[in-house]
Design a protein around this ligand. Structure first.
Ligand code: BG6
Length: 288
């Protein structure tokens, strides 16, 4: 594990594991790259992203916390974790052999102005054949706290027209583009327009079928909701930090605690949301 300065001179960690390479910015504890050897890049990054301490990075895995979306107009969209400076608290080498890094964010004067709760948030990133991310919130205060969360993962795909998201069939979703109406998901999800949905009561496994070459298996825990987002043409063009054709090679499938999946954490207790993702061949069984 090496530390260096990345884009915008922001500090980042580079994890060179036997099976994969990953990069994590301390700004936002933001994973910007995961490349399993032989499989190409798993995450999508905008080449027009900001790399500034006051802006979120566009692409990779922003951490939305302690809220998802924008509950009130004066609050920052998706919370403050993604624009905070985190500190590295631990690095480890496992026997399997994977590498692990842990980063921490605690409440400060600035966070208490936005959200009046003491907390200790830890992001663990384990880089091996899988990319595993664990976001844990310890309530260090004396009152219960309510928190939403998202591991807002931008997956790189070959061609959005050939993408199918499997595992959400039969679930209901809140359609953020249609007055928050709740609708059923009939079959596998394909994307041919702007999509912005919070799926409810979602299973622990979802698969992104990425054309003829590969699929991405996503496993989660501590989460009962999943967000799927693709901005499509107009929204891509409207976002300054997003390339106009970027929507063709990305899809966000986000492990979340959102909508009715907000978590109440009692004083002294911890809630952890975990997501593991892995590239596999398009057909055939998953690697054990
Ligand atoms: C998604 C939300 O998760 O994130 C969308 O559901 C939002 O509504 C998108 O547009 C991107 O958000 P941001 O703040 O990173 O532009």
């Amino acid at each position: 594990i090496a530390f260096t300065l990345g884009n915008g001179d922001l500090p980042k960690a580079i994890l060179l594991a036997e099976d994969a390479t990953a990069e994590i910015y301390l700004h936002g504890a933001h994973v910007t790259s995961f490349h399993r050897h032989g499989w190409g890049e798993m995450l999508w990054m905008s080449d027009e992203s900001n790399f500034r301490t006051d802006r979120p990075i566009r692409g990779g895995v922003p951490i939305c916390w302690p809220w998802f979306g924008q509950p009130q107009p004066e609050l920052p969209q998706h919370g403050f974790a993604r624009t905070s400076q985190w500190e590295v608290i631990e690095t480890k080498t496992h026997a399997d052999p994977s590498l692990e890094i842990a980063l921490r964010l605690t409440d400060s004067e600035a966070t208490r102005q936005l959200w009046p709760h003491p907390f200790e948030l830890t992001m663990r990133v384990i880089v091996g054949r899988d990319l595993t991310m664990q976001l844990s919130c310890l309530n260090t205060g004396e009152e219960p706290l309510d928190a939403e969360a998202a591991l807002h993962t931008y997956f790189h795909v070959q061609d959005i027209d050939a993408v199918r998201v499997a595992g959400l069939e039969g679930r209901s979703y809140i359609d953020k583009l249609d007055a928050m109406q709740v609708k059923p998901q009939a079959g596998e999800l394909t994307i041919d327009r702007e999509v912005d949905r919070i799926y409810l009561e979602t299973p622990d496994a979802v698969t992104i079928h990425d054309g003829a070459e590969r699929r991405i298996e996503i496993q989660k825990s501590g989460s009962l909701s999943t967000v799927v987002w693709n901005p499509w043409i107009d929204k891509s063009a409207a976002m300054a930090d997003f390339p106009n054709d970027g929507y063709r090679t990305m899809v966000c499938v986000e492990t979340t605690n959102a909508a009715d999946d907000v978590r109440t954490i009692q004083p002294g207790e911890v809630h952890t949301i975990t997501q593991s993702c892995r590239c596999e061949p398009a057909t055939g069984p998953a690697d054990p």
